[in-house]
Each structure stands twice: as C-alpha cells, then as structure tokens.
Design a protein around this ligand. Structure first.
Ligand SMILES: Nc1ncnc2c1ncn2[C@@H]1O[C@H](COP(=O)(O)OP(=O)(O)OP(=O)(O)O)[C@@H](O)[C@H]1O
Length: 283
C-alpha cells in the first residue's frame, strides 16, 4: 500500500466469528491510464452498514460493479458472501443508481419486485407460489407500494419506481446489499423509511451493506463505517474518524471544515457549491 492510501485495514470480523460479507484485498481498479483506487483493503462484517462517499467519478459505482462481478479488478482480490464475485448471485440484493423507466414499460410493480426472488428456491408447486406471493406482498408493504403494485411501472413517478427497486433488492433476503444512491428522488419520509429498511436487513439477517450516497445525513445514525474515496486516495473508519476537518482536508488536499449542527454534518470547502455532503438545511 502506498503512503497515499490512508486506509485503516483492521478486519471488520474478528478471527473465528465468521467470514466477512464483503472482502477486498489490495484491490486496484483502473480504466486505461486512470487508476480509480489501489491498495484498497476492506472487510464488511455481516450486519455492518458501510456508507461509501466521494465526489463524482471517484469510483463508487465501479466498486459496486466489481462486487457484482461486472468489472474485473486490475490487481488484488474480491470475495463476497464467502465466494468470488460473480454475476447473477442470488445472495446479493442490488439497488442500481436510478434511471427512470421508460413510460412504455408495461411490467407491473408486483412482477418487478418478484424478479428479485430466486425461482429455484421456492419451486413451482402451490406452496412455493403461495410463499413467493406472500414475500412479494410483504416487500411491497414495507416500501408502501401496495397501492400501485398493479400499475405498469413506466407510469409511476421516479420515487415510486425507486421504492419498487428497493423492494426488489430486499425481497430475496440477501446476505449482501449493494445500494447505489438509493435515496435519490425519495421524499424525506421515504428516505427515512428506506434507510431504516436497509439497516433492518443488516441487523435482522446479518446482511453486509455497502451504501453509496452523496448525502450522509439521512443515514448518519445507521452507519457503522464510512469509506471515503477522493481522487485515488481513500479513508475507512467510523463517521467520527473520517468525517472531520483534518481527515477530509488531507483527503481533498485543501481546507475543509466539518461541523456538527443539530446532529447533522455540515461540510464546507470541498468542490465549491455542489459538494456532495450537503449543508444543514438540505435533505
Ligand atoms: N467502463 C468504463 N471504461 C472507462 N471508464 C469508465 C468506465 N466506467 C466508469 N468509468 C470512469 O470511471 C470514473 C468513475 O466512475 P464511477 O461511475 O465509478 O464514479 P462514481 O464515484 O460512482 O461517480 P458519481 O458520483 O458521479 O456516480 C468515471 O470518470 C467514469 O467515467
């Protein structure tokens, strides 16, 4: 690891207490000449909630793509749910970065959520079908989407579609949850609800959570650790260890002020006005 990398490499799982939900060792990802990050060591313990922060283009989505088996590392290793990262694993729940579904998409919300269930596990018999139906209904209820579950998803609002994506990711009871800006286009009440549902999945089922976000405040009370990526450098630690003026100034290589105002974090100085960690009045 180079001195530039400021990672705390202490494993999140104590020896003998089970394997991490996610494990990266000395991981490097580069596109051509551009290295997004290198020497990344990260263990996410079962039940742990890790927020992934960083400016545009710092490689947050690319990290999730590596964990989904969609992108190869240039060096190092990745394990997820105890095995190598591979496409289509049914142990991973994934909430992709939001793109509005086309108005012509006619699949119903209920069926979209059902796609999150592994057909083989429940079988095709009557009891399997009943169990599937029950699980989908529970997931729809959890995100308050029952009311519009029979509508073609293309006709739903951005926030309504997003709640269905959350239900789809949670319905299969995953052991790892990869969330890419899951709170985008949700109103404040649903931001809270969805954040809590994701944290509950971590606590109840022992799912390891990686939660990419530009705004830490809605999830600050739920977060165990933060991975902060800036321009190839990174820092991993508790919110207090990472979200302070000294650490962020070091990461951004410029003066950053971090203040706590009424339980919220206010960050000033990075990326001018459009800094991704927003001010006190936002979110
Ligand atoms: N397949 C690819 N080939 C080449 N460059 C890529 C590829 N995928 C992503 N990149 C580049 O890598 C950088 C990191 O992209 P990534 O989407 O991981 O960033 P991010 O941190 O999620 O950004 P944002 O906050 O804007 O969503 C970007 O500059 C992007 O253009």
């Amino acid at each position: 690891m180079t001195p530039e990398q400021l990672a705390d490499t202490a494993p999140a799982v104590e020896a003998g207490t089970g394997s991490p939900a996610v494990s990266l060792r000395d991981a490097t990802l580069a596109y051509g000449e551009r290295t997004l990050w290198s020497g990344l060591d990260l263990d996410v313990a079962p039940g742990e909630f890790v927020a992934v922060l960083g400016p545009n283009g710092s490689g947050k989505t690319s990290l999730l793509r590596v964990l989904l088996g969609l992108q190869e590392l240039n060096a190092g290793s990745v394990h997820i749910g105890g095995g190598p990262a591979r496409r289509g694993s049914d142990r991973i729940g994934y909430i992709p970065q939001q793109r509005a579904l086309d108005a012509n998409v006619t699949v119903r919300g209920r069926d979209l959520v059902g796609l999150g269930l592994d057909g083989h596990r429940w079988g095709l018999g009557f009891s399997g079908r009943r169990e599937r139906k029950r699980r989908v209904a529970d997931a729809l209820r959890a995100v308050e989407a029952t009311e519009y579950a029979a509508m073609p998803v293309g006709l739903l609002s951005g926030g309504e579609q997003q709640r269905l994506r959350v239900a789809q990711a949670l319905v299969g009871d995953p052991s790892v949850l990869l969330c890419d800006e899951p709170l985008l286009s949700l109103d404040l009440a649903h931001q809270r609800k969805v954040s809590r549902l994701i944290a509950e999945q971590a606590r109840r089922s022992g799912a390891g959570v990686l939660f990419v976000t530009h705004e830490i405040n809605p999830v600050l009370p739920l977060v165990d650790r933060v991975l902060y990526l800036v321009d190839g450098r990174f820092r991993i630690g508790t919110p207090d260890e990472v979200m302070n003026s000294g650490t962020l100034s070091e990461l951004y290589r410029t003066d950053i002020e971090v203040a706590r105002v009424g339980g919220r974090l206010v960050v000033a100085g990075a990326e001018d006005d459009d800094h991704h960690v927003l001010g006190a009045g936002e979110a």
